[in-house]
Every structure is written in C-alpha cells, then in structure tokens.
Design a protein. Structure first.
Length: 185
C-alpha cells in the first residue's frame, strides 16, 4: 500500500523487457520489499549498491508504461507504507489498471494544468474533486468532462516528480481511487 506522495525520482539504468534496473537514493532496501515505480507496485529482486532490480511481468508490460521502459528515463519512486506512517495522499495499491494520454499542458502563473484522457473502463471511478493516481502521484481532479480529467499541478509537485518531463501525447499510468472502486462495486 502506498500514499501517492512521491519520495524520490530515480533513473532507469537498464531494462531488457523483463528486468528493470533503477538507480534509487533509498537506504536500507531489502530484497522482497515493495516499491512503486511510476505507480506500479514492484518487488525488489536484486540490488547492486543504490541500483535496484525489479522483474516486470508480461501483464505489467502490457497494461503500463513500463512496457516501453528506456534506459536514462526518470521514474517516480515511493516505498510501501509502514504501520504508523502518515497518509498525506490517498490509499494507492500500486495496481495500475490502464494508461491515459496527456492531452494538454498549460501554465497558469506558478501552477500548471494537465488534461489527461481517461480510458472508458475507468471513467465511472473519476469525479471532480476526487483522487486519481497518475504515474504514482496522488492528485486531485479539479474538473472532469467528456472523458478528460483536468488536474492542477503545484510547483512543488512539478519539481519533485516526473510530471515536468511529460508532453502532450505521452502515456501515463492511471490508478483510480480505491475507495471509489469499492463504492461503485
């Protein structure tokens, strides 16, 4: 379980389609630990110094942006919650369901506005003022219309995540709010 509050940005060192190696600034990482990589919950399978290895399965490659992992790209990182940790974002499982497309990026004073297309299968879980995880980041949907979520990004989030790297047409990992899914079910 995660909160969607990104703790660090790592760099993909190597990716052969099955094993993903990421340079991460975390200390005391144990084999078997869960870490969110761009919103995808993965297990630390190996470690070489500060470089961590994760096995990426076929389904994960199919559903997420990790199917296109390129050496040198930056990724959002978050370690799993521990009992007693504060939850400043929202409940995030790390189970990405679909990808969306960045449709528009606009600057408004010191903030940025991102418009992200939401796939039909996830639309019933997205509401204005509700939570949505984008590349592992807990975000609030400012408005939602015609399958597009409009999200305001504050300067801190922009400078401490990979959102600043995203351009119109880029795919992003999406995980709808877990509580919304239960409520609809």
């Amino acid at each position: 379980m995660f909160t969607g509050l990104i703790q660090a940005v790592g760099k993909v060192v190597k990716y052969d389609g099955n094993r993903l190696w990421v340079a991460a600034p975390f200390r005391r990482i144990k084999l078997g630990e869960s870490i969110s990589i761009d919103g995808v919950c993965l297990t630390v399978a190996a470690r070489r110094g500060k470089t961590l290895a994760f096995d990426v399965g076929k389904e994960t490659r199919r559903i997420t942006t990790l199917g296109n992992g390129m050496a040198g790209s930056r990724v959002n990182l978050e370690r799993a919650l521990r009992v007693g940790d504060r939850i400043g974002g929202h409940w995030v499982s790390g189970h990405v369901e679909k990808t969306g497309l960045v449709r528009k990026v606009e600057r408004a004073r010191q903030n940025w506005w991102y418009t992200i297309s939401i796939p039909a299968a996830l639309r019933r879980f997205v509401v204005a003022k509700g939570s949505l995880t984008v590349d592992g980041i807990s975000l609030t949907v400012a408005s939602y219309r015609a399958g597009n979520a409009r999200i305001m990004i504050i300067p801190y989030t922009l400078s401490h995540t990979t959102l600043r790297d995203k351009k119109v047409g880029d795919r992003v990992n999406l995980e709808p709010d877990l509580l919304a899914k239960y409520a609809v079910r």
